[in-house]
Design a protein around this ligand. Structure first.
Ligand code: PGA
Length: 266
């Protein structure tokens, strides 16, 4: 794991945007795995800026989102489809037909999940997967106890996730109890992964996920098994890492000795 600790969230978002930009320069047909939540908002702003100012081209890109609530239509303001439209898709030139967000109203969730997995394979697999982390250590909606080999499926949300996400709804009762989510196994098949986490509220769970044991109780810890993960943290989110000084030192050494090694340095 490469752990990058930046002074500000903007720097971390720009760092992640740089990785994506470089990927799109070398592979314009890249397949991007996308996440929702407050965390990737800065990254999406930065990508939109690069599209507007530098012509960063998404015309050949395919996207797959991690998850969606069951029961919310794509036009519901709290649906993840709507979130993506508002915060990214309508501001860049990704073709509508190349966008995939799990469909929360599928007649058969089982069939839909199998189709989603097949579609990821048919697209050639995900080149870069963006992730946030939940307060309970989830990636996508893979709540504690999810199999580390799990695939796209229906998931029941934990009380903590429902509470965390209630801030976007008028009451806790309105938060859907179920979601369709890519599995941990699906996520681990992405060629490259960027995990973003910001703020003091993520410090404990980031320490568990990065420096704790690999366990289905903290599904983000499964990322330790992946060969190409970059974790972009601001200082508050990195505050509980025992080896933070080492991660900073590694980054400095790379930057100083072999600048090309820090391929994503901004
Ligand atoms: P957040 O959510 O970005 O809103 O903190 C992250 C998540 O639950 O995965």
């Amino acid at each position: 794991m490469e752990v990058i600790i930046t002074k500000t969230t903007d720097e971390a978002s720009a760092f992640a945007a740089e990785i994506i930009e470089r990927k799109l320069m070398s592979k314009p047909t890249a397949v991007l795995g996308l996440a929702t939540g407050s965390t990737p908002l800065g990254l999406y702003k930065e990508l939109v800026k690069r599209h507007r100012e530098k012509g960063l081209d998404f015309s050949k890109v395919t996207t797959f989102n991690l998850d969606e609530y069951i029961g919310l239509s794509p036009s519901h303001p709290q649906s993840y489809r709507y979130f993506m439209e508002e915060n990214l898709f309508k501001h860049i030139n990704v073709p509508a037909g190349a966008i995939h967000v799990p469909y929360g109203h599928a007649d058969s969730v089982l069939d839909f999940c199998a189709w989603y997995e097949d579609e990821i394979k048919r697209s050639g697999g995900i080149d870069i997967q963006i992730l946030g982390i939940g307060g309970d250590g989830h990636i996508a909606f893979n709540e504690p106890g999810s199999s580390l080999g799990s695939r796209t499926r229906l998931k029941t949300l934990t009380e903590q996730t429902i509470r965390d996400n209630a801030r976007f709804f008028s009451s806790m009762d309105e938060v859907p109890r179920f979601a369709i989510t890519m599995g941990v196994g699906t996520i681990l098949e992405a060629r490259q992964i960027i995990l973003l986490a910001f703020g003091a509220s993520k410090a404990d769970i980031i320490a568990e996920a990065i420096e704790g044991p690999v366990t289905s109780q903290v599904t983000a810890s499964a990322l330790q098994l992946h060969p190409d993960v970059t974790v972009c943290l601001d200082q508050p989110a990195a505050a509980k890492l025992k080896r933070a000084d080492y991660y900073r030192w590694v980054f400095e050494q790379k930057r100083r000795l072999v600048p090309s090694l820090v391929s994503r340095a901004s």
